[in-house]
Write a protein of this length. Structure first.
Length: 677
C-alpha cells in the first residue's frame, strides 16, 4: 500500500461495497477473496474472523463488514496525501463539483493502486455492473449525482479528464489520460507543476522571424490574427500550416509564439508512458489542453502532424470504419476551442473539406528563396561549427533548393563525421534522393556565366526589351515565350530580366511538375503559379512544350486537363513569367496566343562568334569559324570545358571541336570540300 491515506481510502471503499451487497452475491465471494489477498497489510483480529473457503456465510459477511469498519475507525483522522491535494487543486481550477472530484480521485487512484483496481474490477467485471452503478457503490454517492457527473456534457467528461471505456474488463471503466496521472503524482506539488507535466515542452526556435520573410503579408496576417485572438480571448481560432516536410512549419509556430510573447504547449506528442499515442490519446490531450490552458494567460496549443487525427486518412489504409473516429466530434472541438490552436500537416489534399472549413486561416510554407536560404545556411553552419565561408553558403543556397530542416541535418551529419564540404555534399545528396523516392534530379548549375546581351541574338531587340521591363518592374504583366535551340540563352535571358526587374526567380522544369498520379501535374502547376504570386517572383518554365503541348493529338484526358490548367493560370497571372522551349511546333495554339511576346533566339552571327572565341579561348578566331553558322553561346561553353579537359591549345583543334558541336545539330549543314584554318 502506498501510504496511510491511500490505505484508509481503500478500507472505506471496501466497507461501502460490503454494506450494499448480500452474503450470497457474487460481490461477497469476490470481495472475500480480495480481502484475503491483502495480507499481511490487512489481518483479521482472531481466528473467528477468518473467512471460510468456498463461500461466505451471512455471519461471516457481517464480520467482514464490521472488521473493515473497525480498521477504518482505528486509523482515525488521516491527512490527505500529495496526490489527493493535487487532485483537489486541479478540481478547483477546472471547477469540478464535489461528486465529480470524488469520481476523478477514484479513477486516478484505480490506475495506480492495484488493490483498488481489483476492487473496481469486482463490480464492473465479475458482477457485470454498469459503470454508473459500480461508481455509486464505490463512492457512496447518490445515483443522480453519479449520472450528472458522468454525463458527456458534464465538466468532468467534457474537459477530457476522464474517458469512458465502452467495454471495461479491468478496473473502473473510466480512464484518465496517462499524462494527467503522471502530472498529478508526486513529486508534483501544486497546479503549475501538474500543468507543466501534462503537455510536452516545446524547445526554443532554431530560426528567426526574418527567416520567414518570404511568407510576406500572409505571415504578418497570421501574427496579427493570433495577437487579436489572444487579447480578445476569441474562441474557435484555428490556424493550419501546411507544406512539404522540412519547410519549417513547426519552427514557424515557435517563432510566432516567441514573437507574441505567448507560451506554446504541444499536445498529443506521447501517451502517459512516453510511447506513441493513439488517435484517442491525442484527442483527449487536445480537449484537456483546451480546458486547462484557457485561464493560463497568453497560451497557444500546437497540434503537430495532424494527419492521424483526420478520419479520412485512415480509410486510405483499409482501416475499419469503427477505428476512424467521429468527424462530428472533431468538428465540435474545432468550433469551441478557447485556446488558439496551431495545426500542421504535410499534405492538405488529404484534409476533409469540413475540417478545412473550420480553419480560421491557412498558410502554405514553401522552400524559402535563395537569399533566405543563404541566411539559414550561414547561421546553421555557425551553430554546427562547420567552417563555411559566406561565399560557400551562398553557392550552396543557390544550388540546393532544400528546406532549412534538411540543411541542419546535413550540416550535423558532416560535423559528426568530420568530413568537411565533401561529406556535406554526400549528406545533402543522400537526403535529396530519399525525399524524392530514390529519384535523382540534376542540380541547377551554379557556374552559369552572367548573361551578356552582346552575346545573344534574337528576332527582337533584347537590350531595348530589357530596358523597358526594368523601368516597368513588376507592374507590367508580361508573358514571354522564348524559343530557340539549346544553348541560345533562353533561360539565361529570363533570369537576366528578373534581375533587371529586381524580382526573385522561381524556376521550374517540366520534370519538377509532371506527376504520375492523375491530377498531380495540375496541382503542381497551380502551386508554382501560386508560389510566384505569393512571393512576387519571376516564374520561369523550362521545357514548356511538355506542359502546354498541342491538344490535337492528345489521347488521354489528363493531357488535356494539364494544358487547360496552364492556360487558366496564364490568363490570370499578373506577374511576369516566361516559358522556354526548343520545340515551338509542339505548343498548343491557344497557349501561343496568350503570350505577350514570342521571341526566337538565333545562332550567333559572325562577329559574335569571333568575340566568343576570343573570350573563351584567349586567341584570335580562325578563318574557318565563319562557316559554322549554327553555333550558340552554349556550344562555346561546352567546348571550353572540353578543351580544358583535353588540354588543347591549337586554334585548329579547337575549331574541330566546334565543328563537332555544329555537326550534331539536327539542322546542321555538312560542309563540302577541304577545311581551311
Amino acid at each position: 500500500m502506498g501510504n496511510t491515506f491511500e490505505f484508509a481510502l481503500l478500507l472505506k471503499t471496501a466497507r461501502d461495497v460490503a454494506r450494499n451487497f448480500s452474503a450470497g452475491s457474487v460481490v461477497a465471494r469476490e470481495l472475500s477473496d480480495w480481502a484475503e489477498s491483502l495480507q499481511p497489510n490487512f489481518v483479521w483480529d482472531s481466528q473467528k474472523d477468518r473467512l471460510i473457503q468456498g463461500g461466505v456465510a451471512p455471519q461471516r459477511w457481517r464480520q467482514l463488514s464490521e472488521c473493515l469498519s473497525n480498521r477504518l475507525k482505528a486509523l482515525g483522522s488521516v491527512r490527505p496525501d500529495a496526490l489527493a491535494r493535487n487532485i483537489a487543486e486541479l478540481s478547483s481550477y477546472v471547477g469540478l463539483k464535489a461528486a465529480e472530484q470524488q469520481i476523478l480521485a477514484l479513477a486516478v487512484r484505480a490506475t495506480q493502486c492495484s488493490p483498488l483496481r481489483s476492487l473496481c474490477n469486482i463490480l464492473t467485471d465479475d458482477a457485470n455492473l454498469p459503470i454508473e452503478e459500480a461508481v455509486r457503490h464505490l463512492t457512496g454517492l447518490p445515483s443522480h449525482s453519479v449520472r450528472r457527473a458522468l454525463w458527456p456534457a458534464s465538466r468532468l467528461m467534457s474537459t477530457g479528464l476522464l474517458l469512458r471505456e465502452r467495454r471495461p474488463y479491468h478496473g473502473l471503466g473510466l480512464e484518465p489520460p496517462g499524462r494527467l496521472v503522471l502530472g498529478l503524482e508526486p513529486p508534483s506539488r501544486g497546479l503549475q507543476d501538474t500543468l507543466s507535466k501534462l503537455f510536452a515542452s516545446v524547445p526554443p526556435a532554431m530560426v528567426e522571424w526574418e527567416d520567414f520573410a518570404h511568407l510576406g503579408p500572409q505571415g504578418d496576417f497570421a501574427l496579427k490574427l493570433l495577437d487579436g485572438a489572444l487579447r480578445r480571448r476569441e474562441v474557435g481560432i484555428n490556424l493550419l500550416f501546411y507544406g512539404a516536410p522540412g519547410t519549417g512549419k513547426t519552427e514557424f509556430c515557435k517563432v510566432l509564439a516567441e514573437r507574441l510573447g505567448a507560451r506554446l504547449h504541444a499536445v498529443g506528442e506521447t501517451d502517459g508512458d512516453g510511447e506513441e499515442p493513439s488517435r484517442f490519446d491525442r484527442i483527449q490531450q487536445l480537449r484537456l489542453g483546451q480546458r486547462l490552458l484557457a485561464s493560463q494567460g497568453r497560451s497557444l496549443i500546437l497540434f503537430d502532424e495532424m494527419e492521424d487525427l483526420l478520419p479520412g486518412l485512415a480509410s486510405l489504409f483499409g482501416m475499419p470504419k469503427r477505428h476512424l473516429g467521429s468527424k462530428v466530434h472533431t468538428n465540435r472541438i474545432l468550433e469551441g476551442n478557447p485556446v488558439p490552436t496551431l495545426w500542421t500537416t504535410n499534405d492538405i489534399s488529404s484534409c476533409d473539406p469540413a475540417f478545412l472549413r473550420r480553419m480560421t486561416f491557412t498558410l502554405e510554407l514553401r522552400t524559402p528563396p535563395a537569399t533566405i536560404r543563404t541566411r539559414v545556411w550561414t547561421r546553421l553552419a555557425r551553430q554546427q561549427r562547420m567552417p563555411l565561408s559566406l561565399e560557400a553558403c551562398t553557392k550552396l543556397a543557390q544550388e540546393i533548393e532544400f528546406p532549412p530542416a534538411f540543411v541542419g541535418s546535413a550540416l550535423r551529419a558532416a560535423r559528426i563525421a568530420k568530413a568537411g564540404p565533401e561529406g556535406l555534399a554526400l549528406a545533402v545528396d543522400s537526403m535529396a534522393r530519399a525525399m524524392r523516392g530514390g529519384r535523382v534530379i540534376a542540380q541547377r548549375a551554379s557556374n552559369v556565366h552572367e548573361f551578356d546581351l552582346a552575346n545573344a541574338r534574337a528576332d527582337h531587340d533584347l537590350p531595348r526589351l530589357a530596358e523597358r521591363l526594368a523601368s516597368a518592374k513588376s507592374e507590367l504583366p508580361v508573358s514571354l515565350c522564348l524559343i530557340g535551340a539549346p544553348g541560345t540563352g533562353k533561360s539565361a535571358f529570363a533570369r537576366h530580366l528578373a534581375a533587371r526587374m529586381n524580382l526573385p526567380v522561381l524556376e521550374r522544369r517540366a520534370s519538377d511538375l509532371l506527376d504520375k498520379y492523375v491530377g498531380g501535374s495540375e496541382r503542381n502547376i497551380a502551386a508554382a503559379f501560386a508560389e510566384a504570386r505569393d512571393t512576387g517572383a519571376f516564374l520561369i518554365f523550362d521545357e514548356a512544350d511538355s506542359l502546354i503541348g498541342t491538344r490535337t493529338d492528345a489521347t488521354r484526358s489528363w493531357e488535356i486537363s494539364q494544358v487547360n490548367e496552364m492556360l487558366t493560370w496564364m490568363e490570370s497571372h499578373t506577374l511576369p513569367f516566361a516559358c522556354t522551349t526548343n520545340l515551338p511546333d509542339r505548343l498548343d495554339p491557344a497557349a501561343l496566343r496568350r503570350f505577350s511576346l514570342r521571341i526566337t533566339f538565333l545562332p550567333l552571327d559572325p562577329d559574335q562568334r569571333g568575340a566568343a572565341f576570343r573570350r573563351c579561348f584567349g586567341q584570335p578566331a580562325p578563318a574557318g569559324l565563319a562557316r559554322l553558322d549554327q553555333l550558340t553561346p552554349g556550344d562555346f561553353a561546352v567546348v571550353q570545358r572540353r578543351v580544358a579537359v583535353l588540354g588543347l591549345t591549337d586554334a585548329r583543334e579547337i575549331l574541330a571541336e566546334l565543328e563537332r558541336e555544329q555537326a550534331a545539330k539536327p539542322n546542321a549543314r555538312v560542309p563540302i570540300g577541304f577545311r581551311v584554318a
